[in-house]
Design a protein around this ligand. Structure first.
Ligand SMILES: [Zn+2]
Length: 294
């Protein structure tokens, strides 16, 4: 099967009365499923998270800015976390990617059941310098899209329509999402027109399976003067390195490191996002302990 490059479109409607982010992240969702050997339900959860976080990342201004989103609902799949930058690079992880639940009565994957809804969605924006900005909202359903819509409403006071979807078969058939935000001064007429389309976007994964992003824009926003401002390539990639893992180990402190040394004479650290393993021999640990003690 030919793999579509993941990408995002940023557009406005009616001369800027509303803005829209629309992305196809099918290929990234497949990659995340492969990396984490994820169940169908957890693949769907990560597929939705990738799209939502990529959209937030596309809103960042400067190169070094990062958005880190954590959805912690107390469900059996554990917390899920994703990080994105303004360059379209996203990484994602979920604590128990193997967790699988029975389909819901409507035949859909039970993402909310796997993630749980007793908890919070936390969004941290970190900039190249200074304190990060942290926003938090209580989860609505753990189905991801509703939780993000609540975040935009409560934390940013922006009424938003958010739809995210992942169609899972033998492979990921489609994944992606859409965010529509009314800007101050948006006309009632446009709000009504968007309301009518909300149901259509409820099946965003079907739309993405059948159409390109441009075709979706043409057919869904006909009459609303859609204007595409930017097209951005997206990809799933991790920026971890041995130096980064060393810093993490150093941050544990001398006592913890000595403990590791005594128990196993070395250690292996796995990156949560890409599952890459970094091995440290006893000798290398001893060096780090020396550094930590300084
Ligand atoms: Zn990594």
């Amino acid at each position: 099967m030919e793999e579509k490059q993941s990408r995002l479109l940023r557009l406005t409607l009616k001369g800027g009365q509303a803005r829209v982010f629309l992305c196809d992240t099918t290929q990234m969702a497949q990659q995340a499923r492969d990396i984490h050997h994820a169940s169908n339900t957890c693949s769907a959860a990560m597929g939705r998270m990738i799209a939502a976080t990529a959209i937030m990342g596309a809103n960042l201004k400067s190169e070094g800015d990062r958005i880190t989103v954590t959805l912690n609902g107390g469900g059996p799949a554990g917390p899920m976390c994703a990080v994105a930058g303004p360059d379209g690079v996203v990484k994602v992880t979920i604590e128990h990617p193997e967790v699988e639940l029975a389909l819901k009565p409507n035949g859909k994957l039970d993402v909310g059941g796997a993630l749980g809804k007793d908890g919070q969605l936390t969004v941290m924006r970190s900039f190249g310098f200074g304190e990060p900005y942290v926003g938090r909202v209580a989860l609505v359903s753990g189905e991801v899209a509703e939780d993000f819509a609540m975040y935009y409403l409560e934390s940013e006071q922006t009424p938003s329509l958010c739809a995210l979807g992942t169609l899972v078969g033998e492979r990921i058939l489609s994944a992606g999402g859409i965010l529509i935000q009314a800007m101050p001064g948006c006309s009632e007429e446009l709000l009504d027109a968007l309301e009518i389309r909300a149901e259509l976007f409820g099946s965003i994964s079907q739309l993405l399976e059948e159409m390109t992003l441009e075709e979706i824009v043409d057919s869904c926003f006909r009459g609303l003067e859609p204007e595409i401002l930017e097209e951005m390539p997206l990809r799933l990639s991790c920026d971890c390195s041995r130096e980064y893992i060393e810093r993490v180990l150093l941050s544990m402190g001398e006592a913890e490191l000595r403990d590791l040394m005594r128990k196993q004479n070395g250690c292996e650290v796995t990156c949560h996002f890409c599952r890459k393993q970094y091995a440290f021999t006893g000798e290398e640990l001893a060096k780090l302990i020396e550094e930590a003690s300084e």
